[in-house]
Design a protein. Structure first.
Lengths: 790, 242
């Protein structure tokens, strides 16, 4: 087979451009696979070891207040292995030298290091010293982003008292791999939200929780018994006021991390398949053409005694070599991408150790996938070669008939078409399959672009709706305790506050039959102006006098429509009574989940005439920060959230990673469109070089001859682009469905700009492919081509 | 060459000391080794020679498809061999008609459309159907090349070449792929065009019998134009024998 190998090598070298295009596509697909699959492995492995090593809890129960001894009772529930009670509370934190206050989550830890559940991973400094009351361990990034070092002081305000605490350690926790305060925040704000681990005695004293806890975490023997354990736990804790029970899968940090991992798992299947599929199609066209031109040679080989199998394998090898070359290149590129990806993850997720690793089995599998698709693409050509009969092959192939095309029936149009137009039409109809592949390649490329840009459009639109159409306030202040009407008037009197509205937020378990959901119901005044609800058409929905306004997603998951009743069970201790409430309105929101009521009605539900625990403020223009400073000294205020900053934080973080992703997508889409068009046109050019050379002989210029090919590409590309739009839209809808969760939903929103940019890029890709083809047209050797009989 | 194109006719081509070397790897092959020749307007010139004698190379150079290694070709008053690529394209487009051994028709265009290919880029063309009538194929106008015989395809190729009213028609073995009787039909068509339209006709062939149809015959071998014979009378196709 030595000589056949030489033939193979020369065939590869004779079509360097086309071979390179196939290699590029395989390389992209394999690199994507290596990158995504490695990231997937990496995150799963890192997460699992981290969780195991630091004993990440299987469940968490928030309650009003329970004696610490309740933990022992809970661990006696069959199936529960270990339970720990602790104190968790969000407090206001002041960093010396910073004008605006931060929010800190106080979490109690044993005075001396113990292997507790949800343990911390100490990165620098030390654990608390015995008996010290004023020591704190903060999470690493909070310290970093606030310029805090070991030994520095921060001030914590609890119930109108300030406690200076000294930082003795910097740590990480499996609970806060993805560190956001609540679902609404979406992206971490390391500067503004920190975790403060404090010794139990301090938490007990400062929060007046002696021998008590308000947060219970535990692990179970096996996940299967988790629901049962949680039900039993709830019964045990009934008198202590359970706010919420969270399974590990719903724990915010873990949820975001797991969603990301799940997404990677799906991408690892789809993305490489797209590229390798395209590579297979190109090989299909390339090799079938090769077998057709080498018909006589194949017959000759067989006449000399080469077997059908040997001949078939010869053509398979052509594909395999290209795929192998692409894969080898992908090892480097893929590992580099994997490294870059880990760098992005390091920004978002906090692991003790997250580094790019090489997974040999991922590499092996990537080779398998690439070669498998290559064989698939080469198969039909190889079979065709195997079937060629030696005697028959010596005779020239029967000429392929040209046919009239349907357009010719419109005589007037046909006449005006000119010979180039006629050639293009007939050529497309003569090589319909190949033309279809060109159009298909462009379609896939355009669909990729649309989906890529859509995610940005949808995200921006969703954020804008949430932060600027629904929220009309500048600041939201939350109070430590429920307040009455007078507080509302107090708030109005603060400097720089122009407008204020009271808000009451209360956690409920909302139930419809067997379907239930823990949700915070927000009370708003009638005709609220600072927080609006909007329906699918963007029309204003008012909370009215009574009844619930539910967001579509909640209504859908609970299976309720306007007019249905749901049961509300308060999740805070004081009130036990369940009430039935009518769903009056349905509105739409994209981030988190929501339920709204008239604030008076909600207060009545809690047996109060009027209650509020937060207020929305509109400040004087540009005085946002000043108002913040005034408010941070008010002891009753637990936290202040600025809308602009929250919005900007989300946008900045997301936009950065989306920009990187979009550059990659444009690159990938370009490679696909280019490789397909360039290859198909090259094959077409090789097949028609006599035709085109005789046009040159007749006096047509290079560009006139080239135009026949280019226009054909633009016609096919145009068809592909047109098909790419609905195909892209369908993919967007699939994506929307895949991402439909309590955390966020993507709106089906595509900016006109996306379609324009997609069109422009597609045209550019075709243009680049045409330029590459032009080089070949230029090189067409007229004398040589016309001399030989095909 | 002493046997000039004479008869007081205009000279279309002056070929002077034309040389052409092909570099094939490490070997240099000389296809033309100093050819000097005149072609007169309106004459029927047959260039005769075995394969490898350089006749195709000569035709390609005067047709503006190829450039020589040394020597000049004057097309009327212009130095053809100084032309740029673009000028040569324009020259082929307006002055020259080519006919090859293999007809090189566009397989996916009908006979009439193949002719239209040429007329669409010409300034004062013959209507495609008229061109087909000239070669006796007006009835086959709507047929595709694959539906026609070799002789018919060659006649379409001739119709395509003459439809743009070229001053010169260059034919490279126009009957090479045809049998005797169809070959004769094709030659008759060519001769007829030469007489009726006054188109200068250069035919290269290895078939000595065809020489009798021309006004003059140039014999070529080894890259030299060996001798030029002026025929006293042009034979008709019926008188040909091969």
């Amino acid at each position: 087979m030595r000589v056949l190998h030489k033939k193979l090598l020369r065939a590869l070298l004779k079509t360097p451009g086309q071979s390179l295009a196939v290699i590029m596509v395989v390389l992209c697909g394999t690199a994507c696979y290596i990158c995504i699959a490695s990231a997937y492995r990496n995150l799963v492995l890192t997460r699992d070891t981290y969780y195991a090593q630091y004993r990440f809890a299987d469940f968490e129960i928030y309650l009003e207040r329970a004696p610490r001894t309740v933990a022992a009772r809970l661990s006696a529930i069959p199936g529960a292995r270990r339970v720990r009670g602790r104190i968790v509370k969000d407090v206001k934190v002041d960093v010396p030298g910073e004008r605006e206050s931060r929010i800190g989550r106080l979490i109690s830890m044993p005075e001396t290091p113990e292997p507790v559940l949800n343990d911390i991973c100490l990165r620098r400094g030390r654990y608390f010293s015995e008996g010290a009351q004023n020591e704190v361990i903060v999470n690493e990034r909070f310290a970093l982003h606030n310029g805090l070092a070991l030994g520095d002081r921060i001030d914590v305000s609890i119930e109108s008292r300030r406690y200076p605490l000294r930082i003795v350690g910097l740590a990480l926790s499996p609970e806060y791999v993805y560190m956001i305060r609540n679902v609404q925040e979406l992206v971490p704000s390391f500067e503004r939200f920190g975790i403060l681990w404090v010794p139990e005695p301090f938490a007990e004293t400062a929060l007046d929780m002696r021998e008590a806890c308000n947060n219970i975490i535990g692990v179970v023997d096996e996940i299967a018994v988790l629901d049962g354990v949680l039900d039993r736990a709830e019964q045990t804790l009934e008198s202590y006021g359970v706010f919420a029970k969270t399974k590990r899968e719903d724990q915010i940090s873990n949820r975001f991390l797991s969603d990301e991992i799940k997404g990677l798992g799906v991408s690892a299947r789809i993305v490489p398949a797209i590229f390798q599929g395209i590579a297979a199609l190109i090989l299909l066209v390339l090799l079938n053409r090769m077998v057709r031109t080498e018909r006589t040679q194949i017959g000759l080989l067989k006449a000399y005694g080469y077997t059908n199998l040997q001949v078939a394998v010869h053509y398979l090898q052509f594909a395999l070599i290209l795929a192998a070359l692409g894969t080898v290149g992908a090892f480097g590129v893929g590992q580099w991408l994997a490294y870059e990806m880990v760098q992005i993850y390091v920004q978002f997720y906090q692991f003790p150790l997250l580094e790019a690793r090489v997974y040999p089995d991922v590499l092996t599998r990537s080779v398998g996938i690439a070669l498998g698709f290559a064989v698939l693409g080469a198969l039909s050509a190889a079979l065709r070669a195997a079937r060629i009969h030696p005697a028959e092959s010596m005779r020239p192939a029967a000429p392929r008939h040209a046919h009239r095309v349907w357009l010719e029936r419109f005589t007037r149009v046909w006449r005006r078409l000119g010979f180039a137009g006629k050639m293009i039409c007939r050529n497309i109809s003569r090589n319909a399959f190949r033309a279809g592949i060109s159009a298909f390649g462009v379609m896939v490329s355009a669909a990729i672009l649309i989906v890529g840009f859509f995610t940005v459009d949808a995200f921006r639109y969703g954020l804008h709706m949430q932060f600027y159409e629904m929220q009309r306030h500048d600041l939201k202040v939350s109070f430590q305790l429920e307040q009455g009407k007078p507080t509302y008037y107090d708030v109005l009197r603060f400097a720089h506050v122009r407008e204020a509205e009271p808000v009451l937020e209360y956690p409920f378990e909302m139930r419809n039959g067997w379907r239930k959901k823990d949700i915070i119901v927000t009370g708003l005044p009638r005709d609220a102006r600072l927080q609006r609800l909007l329906d699918a058409e963007g029309a204003h929905v008012d909370v009215g006098e009574d009844g619930l306004s539910l967001d579509e997603h909640v209504a859908r998951t609970l299976g309720v429509a306007v007019g249905d009743r749901v049961t509300l069970k308060p999740l805070m201790g004081r009130i036990k009574k369940e009430r039935e409430v009518v769903v009056r309105r349905v509105y739409r929101q994209y981030l988190g989940i929501g339920a709204y009521m008239n604030i008076d009605a909600l207060s009545r539900l809690l047996d109060e005439p009027f209650a509020m625990n937060a207020a929305l403020l509109r400040t004087e223009k540009g005085r946002n920060a000043d108002a913040d400073v005034v408010l941070r000294d008010v002891a009753a205020i637990a936290s202040i959230v600025s809308r602009d900053r929250a919005y900007q934080a989300v946008l900045d973080t997301i936009a950065q990673s989306m920009k990187v992703m979009n550059v990659m997508l444009v690159l990938f889409a370009g490679v696909i469109a280019f490789a397909v068009i360039y290859n198909v046109t090259s094959v077409s050019l090789a097949e028609r070089q006599r035709e085109l050379a005789s046009l040159r002989v007749m006096g047509l210029t290079i560009s006139e001859v080239g135009r026949i090919l280019y226009v054909e590409n633009f016609v096919l590309g145009g068809l592909g682009l047109i098909a790419g739009f609905p195909c892209g839209f369908a993919l967007c809808r699939l994506l929307i469905r895949a991402y439909d969760s309590d955390l966020y939903r993507l709106p089906f929103h595509i900016e006109p700009r996306t379609l324009i940019v997609t069109t422009i890029l597609t045209i550019a890709f075709i243009l680049i492919a045409n330029l590459a083809v032009n080089v070949k047209v230029r090189r067409l050797d007229l004398v040589e081509v016309l001399k030989e009989r095909e | 060459m002493s046997e000039d194109a004479g008869n007081g006719r205009d000279i279309v081509f002056r070929v002077r000391d034309l040389c052409k070397d092909y570099r094939m790897g490490e070997v240099t092959v000389s296809a033309l080794r100093g050819v000097t020749l005149d072609v007169a307007a309106g004459e029927f010139l047959v260039i005769l020679g075995p394969s490898g004698s350089g006749k195709s190379t000569l035709l390609n150079i005067i047709g503006g498809l190829d450039a020589p290694t040394a020597g000049e070709v004057y097309f009327r008053d212009e130095v053809l061999t100084n032309y740029t690529d673009a000028q040569r394209t324009r020259y082929r487009r307006s002055r020259i008609g080519f006919v090859f051994q293999f007809y090189n028709l566009m397989p996916n265009l009908t006979a009439e459309e193949n002719v239209a290919l040429a007329t669409e880029i010409a300034d004062d063309p013959i209507a495609p159907i008229e061109a087909l009538r000239l070669v006796g194929l007006e009835a086959r106008r709507a047929h595709f090349p694959s539906q026609m015989s070799g002789g018919e395809q060659q006649r379409v190729a001739i119709a395509r070449a003459v439809a743009k009213r070229p001053e010169i028609l260059l034919c490279d073995e126009p009957t090479g792929a045809l049998d005797f009787s169809t070959g004769k039909v094709v030659l008759e068509v060519l001769s007829d065009i030469n007489v009726r339209l006054g188109t200068t006709l250069v035919v290269i062939t290895h078939n000595a019998a065809i020489g009798g149809m021309g006004d003059r015959v140039v014999r070529m071998s080894d890259g030299h134009a060996r001798d030029i014979v002026v025929n006293a009378r042009r034979l008709t196709t019926d008188e040909l024998e091969w």
